[in-house]
Design a binder for this molecule. Structure first.
Ligand SMILES: Nc1ncnc2c1ncn2[C@@H]1O[C@H](COP(=O)(O)OP(=O)(O)O)[C@@H](O)[C@H]1O
Ligand SMILES: [Mg+2]
Length: 290
């Protein structure tokens, strides 16, 4: 699809969503959201569980239709697109991997190209290439999802989403279920892939440190599906828009980790250096901590 480089890859215009439950009052999940997702960058939607992140993400590929407003992809209203066609052109990594258990890894990755009419042999070759791109050995291709570790399954999920060969990749808490060390590796992989392949990534997480680490742009949602703030990680840290934002950031971004003798903050910046000595290591306070 021809893409105007200056145009947002995805645009939400006055988008609201209400779910009607029979016999109960309806719930407003997303409230009048206006939002641009820039092209060829990583935008992270962050917020507590239940604030509407998945609902907003799924409006992009029409797994959810808005009650009001429009969602534009490359300037065109998705409501006018055939949902099945649309989905085949947008990579989607689901919260729990979403791999087909009775298909081998290589066939899982080849699913969308096959549906798009790519011959089997060619689709499999492409799938093997993508497995390599996400850092998996060729031998993994013949296995079934249940024979892989959680981290490997998430990599396969990413490879499958890349197979859609669209400019857009939707990732819904893809690394929530893996241990912190594997999560770091996968985050590094996403940053590398984005740099090398230049996709538009819309990434969902409830973890503000993950959002700051990955996001060129961060969008914080609050209960009731409203945007609390949007901007670069630095803008959040330097000028939080409200007490809600300040508290959301503070709860997590002061979490420090140690690498060698350095103490790093949630964004990987050096917050201090460990002092040698007989006692517990000390560090200088992180920027922004009180
Ligand atoms: N299909 C649905 N029907 C009714 N309520 C839903 C549906 N999908 C989501 N919800 C509700 O919408 C709210 C937001 O859900 P979701 O978008 O999944 O949040 P998040 O991904 O931020 O955890 C929740 O209260 C959830 O129960
Ligand atoms: Mg969710």
């Amino acid at each position: 699809m021809p893409a105007d480089p200056g145009q947002a890859a995805i645009r939400f215009e006055g988008v609201s969503k209400t779910f009607d439950a029979p016999g109960r009052s309806s719930t407003r999940v997303i409230e009048s959201i206006d939002l641009d997702i820039p092209r060829d960058a990583i935008t992270v939607l962050v917020g507590s569980s239940g604030c509407g992140k998945t609902t907003l993400l799924r409006m992009v590929n029409r797994m959810v239709d808005p009650t009001a407003g429009r969602v534009l992809v490359d300037g065109a209203d998705v409501a006018e697109r055939d949902p099945v066609q649309l989905r085949r052109g947008i990579g989607y990594v689901m919260q729990n991997g979403g791999l087909l258990p009775h298909r081998t890894v290589v066939d899982n990755v080849a699913t969308v190209p096959r549906l798009n009419g790519v011959p089997r042999r060619q689709a499999r070759l492409k799938a093997m290439e993508l497995l390599e791109v996400v850092g998996l050995e060729q031998g993994v291709g013949k296995r079934y999802p249940a024979q892989l570790s959680g981290g490997q399954q998430q990599r396969v999920g990413v490879a499958r989403a890349l197979a859609a060969e669209s400019g857009i990749l939707l990732m819904d808490e893809p690394f929530a279920a893996v241990d912190p060390i594997v999560r770091r590796e996968l985050q590094a992989e996403v940053l590398r892939l984005q740099r090398d392949l230049g996709r538009t990534v819309l990434f969902v997480t409830h973890d503000i440190s993950e959002a700051f680490h990955l996001g060129d742009k961060v969008v914080l949602l609050q209960a009731g599906g409203r945007i609390a703030q949007q901007g670069t990680p630095d803008e959040f840290i330097e000028s939080p828009a409200s007490d809600f934002v300040r508290e959301f950031i503070d709860a997590d971004s002061r979490r420090l980790r140690v690498e060698g003798s350095r103490v790093l903050d949630a964004r990987g910046r050096v917050a201090g250096v460990l002092a040698d000595g007989p006692h517990a290591p000390t560090h200088t306070p992180a920027r922004g901590s009180r």
